[in-house]
Design a protein around this ligand. Sequence first.
Ligand code: LLP
Length: 410
Amino acid sequence: PAGAAVDPDGVLVIAGCRVDDLAREFGTPAIVVDEDALRARAREYRTALTSRRPNARVVFASKAFPATAVQRVMVEEGLGLDVAGGGEILSALRAGVDPALVVMHGNAKTTEELRIAVEAGIGLVVVDNEDDVDRLERLVAPGSVQRVLVRVVPGVESSTHPHVQTGQVGSKFGLTAAAARRLIARIEASPLLELRGLHAHVGSQIMDAAELAAAVAPLAALGTFPVYDLGGGLGARYTTADRPATVDEYVEALLAAAGEHLPADAELIIEPGRSMVNGSAFTLYTVTTVKRDARNFVAVDGGMGDNLEAALFQQRYEAVLAGRLHEEDAEDVVVVGRHCESGDVLIDPLRLPAARVGDLLAVPATGAYTHTMANNYNGYRRPPVVFVRDGEARAVIRRETWEDLFARDV
Ligand code: LLP
């Protein structure tokens, strides 16, 4: 993150906080967020979009980092929130969002979740299927209306991991053109629903802005509406070799496609998640074991319990020994987690100074889809989320306690 520095002892300092102090105060593993960097990114997105197209807005895809404190930062920076289910609506409301600025998603929304959405006055429900419409028509009180978008399969195959492609024909999300047309006609005839427009989301961790902009023309082919929501999907930079499009390049590409295909007065929405939050956070671990055998194994006190990206999507990361930044890299290692699973490998390979038990390992670029997919496998306590700013650190989510692990026992 922008706020990173190295102190004279070779210790990583983030937003004025030494990581060894953070480790002492909050323990490890810990997800550490540079709050100013997070705010700067939110502003960068808002300015990039609304300076070029005033009738446009950014809603943060909460699923990437659905901590109430992160959602609150987004709200304070003038963004709306995209929510993927009932829990994210409830945290969005706790974060103080104006419900009118919330966009709700899901390919299998339950009646209970839709009831929460309708009762809260959520601005837009993105309808994925006929059943969403059936449920909404039962929930909306006669005389009122729920505004909706229809999620469309744009038929765009993106260059990313197959598990995070969503725009191709055959995706479980949304409807292809003929089915979308039928649902559009049904909603237009409903007195309880107001069709505001269309939505498409091509996938996630997409480096090339042109692939994201390719969803615009297929939406335009379905007709003229007041709102077009173009989803999220811009890739984040995980390693020094990664070169995702910049926010400006991404917005330019979308607006060029919109200028060509969409009505000039249509409202545009984008839903960045990963690229909004990934770069402002890192995970701080402690090395628990160094085993020099068939490989040089550096094992840390976390792993797939706090970060599933490597195990699920073979995401590449880099890392540093955060207390020994003045030392030269000395060996190739494989950084492994603490979980009972051979796939629990965080980084392979990595060059590090010769690691010792007790060293701190900092893995940058862990803001997105880490906290939210953290789990209790092997009786693991999910880590805290710590905000740092101007030399001050505060936990916005505490570490789980042993008692928390049994809180649901009946
Ligand atoms: N809008 C919709 C409707 C989405 O489904 C998503 C992500 C986004 C926006 C935000 O996309 P982003 O800007 O973050 O790429 N769990 C996976 C990622 C799944 C992404 C799902 N949808 C992972 O850990 O990589």
